[in-house]
Design a protein around this ligand. Structure first.
Ligand code: PDD
Length: 276
């Protein structure tokens, strides 16, 4: 297959990454996962905007203009001939002698490749179990950073308890999933954590908020304590890869069962129409 490497599209065997790349030493970089539906990128501008924002927040200057980066991603998709799939793109601060201190003189390294996900049809229809556990991540979860140790530990814990996703909470309330955002439905109103430093403001999350507005479904963006999960009418998680997946069971620090509800189904239907 082909790999996007800086401004070139290379055969995967021709990609050589420096052992000095700060991505390896420090997780010093940011990334995006972008969906392709029917040969077209979905919400490419939104993903790229977030990538530039994440980079800015860590003082990493992306060496391409927004438009040049977009062209690069389009060329890459054409080379891959992707009709339906996901493109992963990361940008690290680049190579340096191992030193916590970055100098701002490093040369950032872009790496992109196609990620082949499994079908999520059954999950979307039947829902999944989610494991409720403490959010031990740092306080800048708004940055889509390559530092994902807190996320991967939580995901592993969820799978070890036969759950598909971990739902994280802090003292201030439930934040998000290990790789998704969480929504509850109560009395036909949507509840989700506000987009602040404690969550990643998902592009799918933003699409759902826009759809809710169109469908005149009320939205409350406020943190809620984990005990609220005990009596939610409906719950679902969202991400680029999952779209909207209902949660039918909470395990771990909260135990509850929920049925897949009508508001969730309505939003799933509307999102499907958006991506086509
Ligand atoms: N994860 N929250 C976290 C912590 C995430 O990692 C993700 C996405 C989301 C949802 O964001 P979006 O709707 O923009 O995909 C929320 C991606 C898909 C990943 O790491 O694979």
């Amino acid at each position: 297959t082909y790999v996007l490497y800086n401004d070139s599209i290379l055969d995967e065997n021709d990609v050589a990454i420096s052992y000095k790349d700060r991505g390896y030493h420090f997780g010093d970089g940011v990334y995006e996962v972008i969906r392709v539906y029917n040969g077209q990128y979905f919400t490419l501008d939104e993903h790229l905007t977030r990538l530039y924002e994440s980079a800015k927040k860590i003082e990493l200057e992306i060496p391409h203009s927004f438009e040049a980066f977009k062209t690069l991603l389009h060329d890459y998709k054409e080379t891959l001939k992707t009709e339906n799939g996901s493109i992963y793109v990361q940008i690290t601060r680049g190579a340096s002698d191992r030193n916590h201190l970055y100098t701002k003189e490093e040369k950032p390294v872009i790496l992109g490749f196609e990620v082949k996900g499994k079908s999520v049809d059954t999950k979307q229809e039947q829902g999944v179990a989610a494991y409720v556990t403490e959010d031990v991540r740092w306080l800048r979860c708004d940055i889509k950073s390559l530092n994902l140790l807190g996320n991967v530990m939580a995901k592993r814990k969820a799978f070890d308890h036969d759950c598909e996703e971990a739902i994280l909470y802090r003292e201030s309330g439930v934040t998000e999933g290990s790789s998704s955002n969480l929504f509850l439905v109560n009395n036909e109103t949507l509840y989700t954590h506000p987009a602040n430093n404690l969550i990643l403001n998902g592009i799918t999350r933003q699409e759902i908020l826009a759809i809710a507005k169109e469908l005149k479904i009320g939205v409350i963006e406020e943190p809620f304590p984990k005990e609220v999960l005990l009596h939610a009418d409906e719950a679902f998680i969202t991400s680029t890869s999952l779209e909207i997946v209902p949660v039918h069971t909470f395990k771990g620090d909260i135990e509850a069962t929920i049925s897949v509800g009508t508001v969730t189904k309505k939003l799933q239907q509307a999102l499907k129409e958006h991506v086509q």
